[in-house]
Each structure stands twice: as structure tokens, then as C-alpha cells.
Design a protein around this ligand. Structure first.
Ligand code: GLN
Length: 536
């Protein structure tokens, strides 16, 4: 096969963080895929952690996991939800990784006595990563740069992409800069100055954006576009309004299409493509905006007040709503509140979901939520920790193994129904002793899960240290627990169910990493379908 002539788009951000740059990059990817191009998106993160695996969700939101086990920034979740490109550990690069690699080379003597410096050694390593993801048959690589223009850590990355553009034909590279137009209530106007200064800073480094994407609460006038054009040195038609979306992030590809961003890219990069009718996205948004049904589900967790800690879980719930023509109201319940105030807040819910988590805070509250769901026939969906919780609850209250617990919460428990595997024990460092990435799972035919997937063999992503303890398999199944899925290679329990219940499914893996707006994950879709069916 001839190698495709790959083009490159760089997305930078200015003025403030949390601009939704990741969503903009993902939506851009969606638009270009709609036009028939093969897109690959990657993220550069300037922090020094080697990966976000050891970072608290309080600091950095959810850790997103890829098939190959890479623990990545949550923006990669957006990339996977919006595009079909298969991502690997190559798609998320941090300064930590860059420095680690350069220092290893230096120790090996690879630099042959040279003084090792940010330019060219660090920047070369960064550039190499851009070429690496373009290896296959990729038409367009989109590289999103984390952080904000002006951050010290971001400088080597900006320098690297400047050099990268210099090495390419001018029509092979497009720079997109995302900024904020703050609205000053007292003045009654949107302000352009921070954007002007942010672009000036970029130009100082040697990067002239081709497209300016302006986040704004209010629509921008033509005069304002002219002003931004003049001061930022960008054509008027390349000043793009990105207004806050009304209902959902899935409106963004359509909003950018309305601003003709794809036409601008195609023009700048000299690409030959078909146009698109955006049917998939129009359909997603139409279903989101006018659902016929409504359910309310409780998510019982530890990081409930944080918007980003369970990002993929919330997105997957939205996708399942789309699949069921149903709006899903998510009630966020702090597990510790259940410990202090009891379970009455669960009474009005149509379904209960317990997501993944680490550490023992709120565990007893989560166990009481699983018990409540089991006893009151409320559809229950447990994800990773949510599965371990369901096993402990069943062991304690149905199999009457009083002291049942996970060795994570009580290392001296007499009955570790959830335990660490021998091979994991040997790995002592905190980063890197987990079962990570995709593992196969064989489903038993007569189960809620088989009914959902409609196939026997599935592949799902993991991120955990502890496992269902096979020593308790017989006693728990004798007491009615169903083992609905196991990993054939290691004989590990992957899914448990309670057969005598409307819908009680708990999985050791993270299905939320494989759901898309137009293709909801089968377990999420079936969970929401069950909540609808058994709605009070
Ligand atoms: N803390 C549990 C474990 O390490 C569950 C992890 C999770 O939910 N991702 O096994």
C-alpha cells in the first residue's frame, strides 16, 4: 500500500485552562472523519508525571485507560468517543516521558559526548512522537497541546511544533488556537484583548495560527470577528465562534460545521475530500433533545462533587439514554452520606450505579447501596469497585459470611472474598502493579450480560489490583450468585449477576471506556432499558 501523504493539525489553548480544547480537537476529528479522512488524535501533556495513573482524580479528573493498558489523560476519552481511530500509549505524551527517554539515552551514551539540551534533544523526542502516530495510513494527525500559552512547561512542546512545521510543506500543517472571549457584565460586552495577547505570545514563539476558535457565552458580531482578525492576523472567515452548547457536548461537531471549520482545514491543507451531511451527529443531537421517556439513576461514589472524576461513566449513561430514547437524570450520591444518613435517599431511584474507586472511604455506604438495590429489586450496575462491593455485600448478607471484605479495605479480614492476586503482590511500586488494559471475557449464555452483548466472547478494559477470590466461588454460587463471565486465560471472575432480580450486573472491568454517543455500550444500554422497564 502506498504511504498516504499525512497532514498535521496542532491545537493550542490560550487565556485560561478548561476551555474545552480536548472537545474541540475531538469534534474536529469527528468532522474530518465525516469527510472520509482517516484521523489520529494525540495529546501532549506538559506535566512531569510519566502518566496520569498516579494522579488523584481531585487533581486531574478520571484516568482514562486504553486497550493496550496505557493510563492516559481524560481527553483521550473524548477522542475515542468522537472518532474511530484506535488509540495506543503513543497517543498521550507527557514531559515526564520525554525526559525519561532522553535521560535513559544520555546514560546509555547515545549522545556521544554531546551536551544534552532542551533544544534539540527534548524537542527532537517530541517531534519523533508526532511522526510515530502518523506511521500507518493516517490522513490527518491532530495534536492537542495541554496547558495554556504562557506556561513555562509548555515551551519545549511549542518550540517542537514550530520546528515541525518548518520541516513540512506550508500546506501540510494547520495551527488552531482556542481562546476565551470573557463577557464583562458591567460593560455589557465580550472582550477580545486576552485573545489578542495570547496570539501575540504564540507569534513571539514563531507560530501564527491559521484558525482562531473563540469560546464565548454570547454570539459574536461581524465587527468583533473583524477586530480579532486584524489583531490576531487571521482571516475573518477563520475567526470561529464556539458558543457554549445548549444541551450536550455532542452538539459541538455540528456547531463547528456551521462555522465551516472543516472547509477551512481542507483548504489550508489542500485536501481532496467529499462533503458531509453530518447525519450521525444530527441524529444523536435530535434524540438527545427530544427524548420520549425519563428515568432517574443514582451514582454512588466518592468523588461525586467533581465533574470530571467519573467522566466516561456519565458520558456512557448519556449514550445509553440516547439508545433508549430516554433522558437520564443522574443523582450524584456521596457514599459517606449513606453511612451517616441511611439509604432513604435511594428510594425514589430507578437504578443504582456504583463506579470504580480506590481506598476505603465510603465503602460501607456503597455496600448499603448494593444491598438496597438487591433487596428492593432496583436495577444495579457495578463497575470495577462496584463489582467488588456487590460481591462483599452478597457474601455478608446472603451467604452469611459475616466478616467478608476486600483485602484492600481490611488486610486482616478472615474472609477476603476480594483479594490481591499473587502475581500482582510481587510488584511493589504504586504506579504499575495493576491489571491494566483489555482482557478477554467469556460469557455464560444464560445471563443478563449475554443478552446484552449477544455474543459469547468480549474484550473489556481493566484498571485494578484486586480480584474476586476464587476460593469463595463455590460457596457464593451455591447461594445463588451467578458467575456470568470469566477470563479464560487466568480463570478470573469478570462478571457477577443476581439471577433472581430484574437486572443486577456487576463487572470487574470498565465498560465506560468503550461507549460512543451513536453506539452505546451494550451493558449501559441494557441497564437503562431495565430501569425504564421496572420504573416505579
Ligand atoms: N480498588 C479496587 C482495586 O484496586 C477497584 C479499582 C477500580 O475500581 N478501578 O481492585
Amino acid at each position: 500500500m502506498p504511504k498516504i501523504h499525512t497532514k498535521y493539525i496542532f491545537v493550542t489553548g490560550g487565556v485560561v485552562s478548561s476551555l474545552g480544547k480536548g472537545l474541540t480537537a475531538a469534534s474536529l476529528g469527528a468532522l474530518l472523519e465525516e469527510r472520509g479522512l482517516k484521523v489520529m488524535i494525540q495529546k501532549f501533556d506538559p506535566y512531569l508525571n510519566v502518566d496520569p495513573g498516579t494522579m488523584s482524580p481531585f487533581q486531574h479528573g478520571e484516568v482514562y485507560v486504553l486497550n493496550d493498558g496505557a493510563e492516559t489523560d481524560l481527553d483521550l476519552g473524548h477522542y475515542e468517543r468522537f472518532t474511530s481511530g484506535k488509540l495506543t500509549k503513543l497517543n498521550n505524551l507527557t514531559s515526564g516521558q520525554v525526559y525519561e527517554k532522553v535521560l535513559q539515552k544520555e546514560r546509555r551514551g547515545d549522545y556521544l559526548g554531546a551536551t544534552v539540551q532542551v533544544i534539540p534533544h527534548i524537542t527532537n523526542e517530541i517531534k519523533e512522537r508526532i511522526y510515530k502516530v502518523a506511521d500507518e495510513e493516517v490522513d490527518v494527525v491532530i495534536t492537542e497541546l495541554g496547558g495554556t500559552i504562557g506556561d513555562i512547561e509548555g515551551l519545549p512542546f511549542l518550540e517542537a511544533i514550530r520546528q515541525f512545521a518548518l520541516e513540512q510543506d506550508p500546506h501540510d500543517v494547520a495551527f488552531i488556537h482556542c481562546t476565551l472571549l470573557p463577557y464583562l457584565k458591567a460593560a455589557g460586552e465580550l472582550k477580545t484583548k486576552p485573545s489578542q495577547q495570547s496570539v501575540a505570545k504564540l507569534r513571539e514563539i514563531g507560530i501564527q495560527p491559521h484558525i482562531l476558535v473563540c469560546r464565548t457565552e454570547k454570539s459574536i458580531t461581524y465587527e468583533m470577528r473583524q477586530k480579532l482578525s486584524l489583531f490576531c492576523n487571521v482571516p475573518v472567515k477563520a475567526v470561529i465562534e464556539e458558543c457554549d452548547v445548549e444541551t450536550s457536548i455532542y452538539e459541538l461537531p455540528l456547531a463547528l460545521k456551521a462555522e465551516k471549520v472543516d472547509d477551512l482545514i481542507v483548504e489550508q491543507l489542500n485536501l481532496k475530500t467529499k462533503d458531509t451531511d453530518m447525519k450521525t451527529w444530527i441524529d444523536v443531537v435530535r434524540r438527545l433533545k427530544a427524548p420520549s421517556h425519563k428515568v432517574e439513576i443514582g451514582v454512588v461514589g466518592k468523588y461525586i462533587e467533581l465533574q470530571d472524576a467519573y467522566k466516561s461513566v456519565y458520558e456512557s449513561i448519556t449514550h445509553a439514554g440516547i439508545a433508549n430514547d430516554c433522558s437520564v437524570r443522574v443523582v450524584r450520591i456521596d457514599a459517606e452520606d449513606l453511612e451517616n444518613e441511611g439509604t432513604q435517599s435511594l428510594a425514589s431511584l430507578d437504578g443504582i450505579l456504583i463506579p470504580g474507586g480506590f481506598g476505603d472511604r465510603g465503602i460501607e455506604g456503597k455496600i448499603s447501596a448494593a444491598k438496597y438495590a438487591r433487596e428492593n429489586n432496583i436495577p444495579y450496575f457495578g463497575l470495577c469497585l462496584g463489582m467488588q462491593i456487590a460481591v462483599i455485600e452478597y457474601a455478608r448478607n446472603v451467604a452469611l459470611i459475616e466478616g467478608a471484605n476486600s483485602a484492600e479495605f481490611d488486610p486482616n479480614t478472615p474472609d477476603p472474598v476480594i483479594n490481591i492476586m499473587e502475581e500482582q503482590k510481587e510488584l511493589t511500586t504504586k504506579g504499575g502493579n495493576m491489571r491494566l488494559g483489555a482482557y478477554s471475557c467469556k460469557l455464560s449464555e444464560d445471563s443478563f450480560s449475554f443478552h446484552a452483548y449477544e455474543k459469547e466472547s468480549i474484550l473489556e478494559r481493566h484498571r485494578h489490583r484486586y480480584e474476586f477470590n476464587n476460593a469463595y466461588r463455590d460457596i457464593l454460587t451455591e447461594k445463588g450468585l451467578r458467575i456470568a463471565g470469566t477470563n479464560p486465560e487466568k480463570d478470573l471472575v469478570e462478571i457477577i449477576e443476581i439471577p433472581d432480580h430484574p437486572w443486577f450486573v456487576a463487572v470487574q472491568f470498565h465498560p465506560e471506556f468503550q461507549s460512543k454517543p451513536h453506539k452505546a455500550h451494550p451493558l449501559f444500554a441494557n441497564f437503562i432499558a431495565a430501569t425504564l422497564k421496572y420504573k416505579k
